[in-house]
Design a protein around this ligand. Structure first.
Ligand SMILES: [Zn+2]
Length: 90
């Protein structure tokens, strides 16, 4: 893997790129189940955020999402606070 885009820090971002690559190659061959498509869409959205420079920013409150959370869930769009608020609505 030498073809990674230039990213400021390694860790979660690099893993995410690898994850996305694995998914598209693997799942296209097998045919994607619905939840896998959703997951790929989340990864794609996260990659788009990396390109836009908004990766790791909560899309609800604009605060930075803690790195520990991103490591655990690289596609997280919301900080823990906003996530739990949103889940409370359902
Ligand atoms: Zn938030």
């Amino acid at each position: 893997m030498e073809n990674k885009p230039p990213l400021e820090d390694s860790g979660a971002h690099g893993d995410l790129v690898d994850l996305s690559t694995n998914y598209s190659e693997h799942e296209t061959r097998l045919g994607m189940a619905e939840h896998e498509r959703n997951r790929l869409a989340e990864i794609t959205a996260a990659l788009q955020k990396i390109e836009d420079g908004t990766y790791g920013i909560c899309s609800a409150c604009g605060q930075e999402i803690p790195e520990a959370r991103l490591n655990a869930m690289p596609t997280a769009k919301l900080c823990l606070n906003c996530q739990s608020k949103q889940e409370a609505h359902y």
